[in-house]
Write a protein that binds this ligand. Structure first.
Ligand code: OOG
Ligand code: MG
Length: 265
């Protein structure tokens, strides 16, 4: 018989991770306790954690984030396949707004591209279908925080259970007419205090950021899920993430798309 994590243990780990997040206290990786954690179980813990945030804290799901979609990120984390996490409305920081480090553990920031899905995406789809279903695209940044000690050397199921290290996200102005843009070849630059900190072409994200939508659908398909119309989808970081400190001003510029910024306090 294949052993799977009981619903009680799924809830227990979701609760432990949520408490670590709420109290900004690092915890040991789940796999130090339960080495057999599978990806499927990890996504169940993730989903349960989102349930908790919605039922207990009144959060509202607004989309998904893809992670580990660039070589730079996979090498930074030592993990080798794409994963997803869930975004809630309460995770969004306004463009130009402030991210408070107090109450966080060891946050980092990374430059991304986000999509606004106009028509439901589900199952096996092509890149062209993914792009045709999007109403808009924008420059974005994700602020990650891991609930695990040291934010490193964890396994894929550990990351997934922790909602793929999500903390908050910031979106620049939506660009609605992007049919004339070659989204695979846009230079992306992230600046800290006006100094260039990271740069990469947009092809660093899944060869084309739209492929992150295709991959997300592939990951959701076995669960019978799709990406609902109206969802925000973050395509994953183009470069490694940079550790945040108080008093930072970070902005990302994507040629032909625009600019997005956030401050830390
Ligand atoms: C996992 C999440 C990765 C991205 O954009 O690649 C991610 C991590 O780095 O902790 O969000
Ligand atoms: Mg990310």
């Amino acid at each position: 018989m294949v052993m799977t994590l009981s619903p009680e243990l799924v809830s227990k780990w979701a609760e432990t991770l949520d408490q670590a997040r709420l109290n900004a206290r690092e915890m040991e990786r789940i796999t130090t306790n339960y080495a057999g954690l599978t990806l499927e179980e990890a996504y169940r813990i993730q989903a349960q954690g989102i349930e908790l945030r919605c039922s207990r804290h009144g959060e509202k799901v607004v989309g998904y984030k893809m992670g580990l979609t660039s070589k730079a990120k996979r090498e930074q984390m030592g993990l080798h396949s794409p994963v997803y996490g869930v975004l809630t409305e309460q995770m969004q920081v306004q463009d130009g707004g402030t991210y408070r480090l107090q109450g966080q553990i060891h946050p980092k920031i990374e430059p991304e591209i986000a999509f606004l899905v106009g028509r439901e995406l589900k199952g096996r789809i092509t890149l062209a279908e993914a792009l045709a279903s999007c109403d808009a695209v924008c420059p974005a940044m994700e602020i990650l925080d891991s609930r695990y000690v040291g934010f490193k050397y964890f396994s894929l199921p550990d990351v997934v259970a922790d909602n793929s290290s999500s903390s908050q996200f910031v979106l620049g102005p939506w660009v609605r007419d992007f049919s004339g843009l070659d989204l695979a070849h846009l230079p992306i630059q992230m600046f800290v205090g006006g100094q260039l900190a990271q740069s990469a072409p947009s092809s660093a994200i899944s060869d084309h950021p739209g492929n992150s939508l295709v991959q997300l659908c592939e990951l959701l398909a076995p669960l019978g899920l799709g990406v609902p119309a109206g969802s925000i989808v973050m395509a994953g970081a183009a470069t490694v993430a940079v550790a945040l400190e108080p008093g930072m001003k970070v902005h990302t510029e994507i040629e032909s798309l625009g600019r997005v910024s956030v401050k830390t306090a």
